[in-house]
Design a protein around this ligand. Structure first.
Ligand SMILES: *[C@@H]1O[C@H](CO)[C@@H](O)[C@H](O)[C@H]1NC(C)=O
Ligand SMILES: *[C@@H]1O[C@H](CO)[C@@H](O)[C@H](O)[C@H]1NC(C)=O
Ligand SMILES: *[C@@H]1O[C@H](CO)[C@@H](O)[C@H](O)[C@H]1NC(C)=O
Ligand SMILES: *[C@@H]1O[C@H](CO)[C@@H](O)[C@H](O)[C@H]1NC(C)=O
Length: 428
């Protein structure tokens, strides 16, 4: 077999980096791999009646994490929202966050990235990417087991006495803004504003957060820093977990437009293009091409229905959700095998009334970006930019059922939909 020496060196470098990081940052107990990953041994067959929250009497510490993957004998569902920035993932996150049985975390991988790759926020370097992925999988696995202390290794400054006020977007997690984790708000306070949570709640006590996590029947994590679903295969196949992936996609033209509005510094040259009608020579086109390449390969993997994703994969187009939030959300919950509760329904009613009022409070706010605005990019991007995007992203647009436009008139005529009717059924 032929093996490229470059790949070998790259792999070696990556593994050194991972080990180094692990040694350097993980002062607490290292992640323990259950040595017997079979349903009989780990009690994950679903029939076991192990009491909840009791550490198993497993000798030598093996398998002692497993009770946290179940709650009073019901298997927890570990929901993973796989998305990219500005694809409507905050919105989808809220649809899960609002459910009373779900413990939700908003992009914990932020901390992994800022610790491991502080130089570049969006490194395209293959070795960096590998380091990120290895660490990310370990972190996700621990978090699904409600081991929130594991996250502390990546938080800067390092939390003392298991408390921190630096958890990224803590306010986006309802359970972290309520009793018993935060005394400022009662468990019945449904709509704690993210800013209020940060202002009024004391430092986050990770021990309490861990307990809150264990008490919820299910867990959902949203991530935007894993480019390809194939990178998560080891996690999806982990027999201790009960992963359900929701892959969220959005029209790349909409993503581009939204990023230009949101990340004003990073996308400055794109704004110059839009304003002057001329493409700056030093424009970083990879800011667009990477989105489409990653989508294309990730979505292709998912839609090819590899056996390891069976029962664990659903593709959701943000535009479908925006157009028909209640119906689509119901479909998502059906796929997850969970009943949708009234909180979720109420939240949808309150946030998708097509209200266009600018709610500039949160940069990443969900309201502003909800239903009415899913296609607003058509009025914001210039035709040049749209045309360029259509060229670069042709394949993925086609694959996902987004129509290309051939004229400015077509682009700006909002009574023409650019979203083809296309059904993506969950892979069951
Ligand atoms: C499991 O816990 C839920 C709520 O946490 C409760 O409604 C249910 O009755 C419990 N089931 C058993 C078998 O104890
Ligand atoms: C951590 O807890 C110890 C013992 O309760 C206390 O002495 C110490 O001051 C605490 N450290 C901080 C930074 O709060
Ligand atoms: C965090 O909560 C735990 C559990 O209630 C408590 O024992 C611990 O003292 C708290 N830590 C701090 C620093 O308040
Ligand atoms: C917009 O598209 C609709 C549907 O094709 C068409 O009837 C209408 O004339 C178009 N409007 C303009 C201003 O081109």
């Amino acid at each position: 077999m032929q093996c490229s020496w470059k790949a070998v060196i790259l792999l070696a470098l990556a593994s050194i980096a991972i080990q180094y990081t692990a040694i350097r940052t993980l002062t607490s107990k290292p992640f323990q791999l259950c040595p017997l990953p079979s349903p009989q041994n780990c009690g994950l067959g679903g029939q076991e009646t192990e009491p909840p929250f009791e550490r198993g009497a497993a000798g030598g510490g093996s398998c002692d994490d497993y009770p946290y993957f179940t709650i009073n004998a019901t298997r927890k569902t570990h929901i993973l929202v796989l998305a990219t920035t500005r694809s409507g993932s905050s919105f989808v996150g809220q649809l899960l966050n609002q459910h009373q049985d779900v413990f939700y975390l908003f992009e914990p991988l932020y901390h992994v990235q800022t610790t491991l790759i502080p130089r570049l926020s969006h490194s395209r370097n293959a070795a960096d990417r590998r380091v990120m992925l290895g660490a990310s999988r370990d972190l996700l696995r621990s978090l699904y087991g409600c081991d929130l202390y594991f996250l502390e290794s990546y938080i800067k400054p390092t939390p003392t006495n298991h408390t921190t006020d630096k958890l990224f977007r803590r306010g986006a997690s309802r359970a972290l803004c309520q009793q018993p984790v935060c005394d400022a708000f009662g468990p019945a306070d449904m709509n704690v504003e993210e800013g209020d949570c940060v202002k009024k709640c004391a430092s986050l006590n990770m021990t309490l957060a861990t307990e809150a996590c264990r008490e919820k029947r299910h867990m959902a994590i949203k991530i935007v820093r894993v480019p390809e679903i194939g990178d998560l295969r080891a996690l999806v196949e982990d027999p201790r977990l009960n992963i359900k992936v929701i892959q969220l996609v959005r029209d790349p033209r909409g993503i581009l437009s939204s990023r230009i509005e949101t990340f004003r510094d990073t996308y400055r040259l794109w704004r110059i293009w839009r304003a002057t009608g001329r493409r700056p020579y030093n424009l970083d086109l990879s800011q667009l091409t990477v989105v489409c390449e990653d989508f294309l390969s990730s979505v292709s993997t998912g839609l090819n229905h590899p056996y390891w994703l069976k029962g664990k994969y659903m593709l959701v187009r943000y535009e479908d959700l925006a157009r028909n939030p209640l119906l689509k959300t119901k479909e998502i919950y059906d796929y997850l095998g969970l009943p949708m509760d009234k909180n979720v329904e109420d939240w949808i009613h309150a946030n998708t009334r097509g209200s266009n009022e600018p709610s500039a409070k949160h940069k990443f706010g969900t309201v502003r970006d909800s239903a009415a605005n899913a296609e607003s990019w058509r009025l914001k991007l210039s035709y040049d930019m749209v045309e360029y995007t259509q060229t670069v992203c042709q394949k993925v647009l086609h694959q996902l059922g987004y129509k290309a436009v051939k004229s400015v008139e077509e682009l700006k005529n909002m009574s023409l939909s650019l979203v083809q009717d296309k059904t993506f059924v969950p892979f069951l």
